[in-house]
Design a protein around this ligand. Structure first.
Ligand code: CP
Length: 319
């Protein structure tokens, strides 16, 4: 693995999931692999889990860690080529990425969708510009269209919590008043489609009409618009809000009946509830679900450390 931008950078998903589980069982087994090397974590957007779990994973592998919030700690960065830089961006990514690449052996980048222009967001300009100019491996810490470190943690969580060989996993849309990116849902769908193809899960999606994901992410996933039918017999309910892809960035409904409650969980096969966090309590999912025995959200967030460690180890092995 050189870059970790999407699932396509993973050659053996089963092995990567097992590597994360091995790291969880023995966090310091590879504590010398990153000795005298440095990772830079560059944030264009806020974070709790990604920032801390990736830092912790890097430290477990002996890496030095530098963190920078773009625009707050640094100059604002221009991404477009050939422009007259007479706006509020004082530095171009060509220089910024090249310079950070001289200080770091690996660079992690978080840059969300702006939800104004679908083509611009789905072009993934920030990731690609850093990959082009940094000359070191790039790790996606959540981009405009994907959150692969989250998806790997989700795979680890499902793998360790499943009670049957091929659990039924349901991705369900949740209500929210703000438009949110599709990145987590896109990625989860992409990774679950791969797991379904490998026979590891049965994957189903449910959402209101108008919230269909981009075809390249939805793939062959089964969409059941009847939510109760989708939840029936589920082993895992994965909740997430996303804004519309087809009517790009819009909130088409805030229907509160899509929030997950104990009544919904009662339709499942004593299923577990998952969410990437942060989550707005009682808007998207009830306190009773989050605080009850069916919730996996804390363990899922804890597994972000092991997903990051598995990915960084893979990159360091090839550095
Ligand atoms: N799930 C996740 O990426 O959390 P943060 O946005 O807090 O990093």
């Amino acid at each position: 693995m050189t870059n970790f931008l999407s699932l396509s950078d993973v050659t053996d998903l089963d092995a990567l999931i097992q590597s994360g589980r091995d790291a969880k069982a023995n966090p310091f087994a590879d504590q010398h692999i990153g000795k005298n090397k440095t990772i830079g974590l560059i944030f264009f957007n806020s974070s709790l889990r990604t920032r801390l779990s990736t830092q912790k994973a890097a430290q477990n592998l002996g890496l030095n860690v530098m963190i920078m919030n773009v625009g707050q700690d640094s100059w604002g960065l221009e991404m477009e080529e050939g422009v007259l830089m007479n706006g509020d961006k004082a530095e171009h990514v060509r220089e910024a990425a090249a310079v950070i690449g001289r200080y770091c052996d690996i660079i992690g980048i978080r840059a969300f969708a702006e939800l104004k222009d679908r083509n611009a967001d789905y072009r993934e300009q920030v990731m690609h510009q850093f990959a082009k100019y940094a000359d070191v491996p790039i790790v996606n810490l959540e981009s405009a269209t994907r959150h692969p470190l989250q998806s790997l943690a989700d795979c680890i969580t499902i793998d360790e919590a499943k009670r049957v060989a091929r659990p039924k996993v349901v991705l369900t849309w949740l209500p929210h008043f703000k438009p949110l990116p599709q990145a987590v849902a896109n990625s989860f769908c992409e990774w679950m489609n791969a797991r379904a193809q490998a026979g590891a899960v049965e994957f189903v999606m449910t959402h209101p009409e108008g919230y269909e994901l981009a075809p390249e992410f939805a793939g062959n996933a089964r969409v059941i618009y009847d939510r109760a039918e989708a939840f029936a017999g589920a082993d895992f309910i994965y909740g997430k809000n996303w804004s519309s892809y087809t009517q790009y960035g819009q909130v088409l409904t805030q229907d509160p009946s899509w929030a997950v409650t104990m009544n919904d969980m009662a339709l499942t096969n004593n299923g577990k509830f998952m969410h990437c966090l942060p989550v707005r309590r009682n808007l998207k999912v009830s306190d009773a679900v989050l605080d009850g025995p069916q919730s996996l959200v804390i363990e899922q967030a804890a597994n972000r450390e092991w997903s990051a460690q598995a990915v960084l180890k893979e990159i360091l092995k090839r550095a």
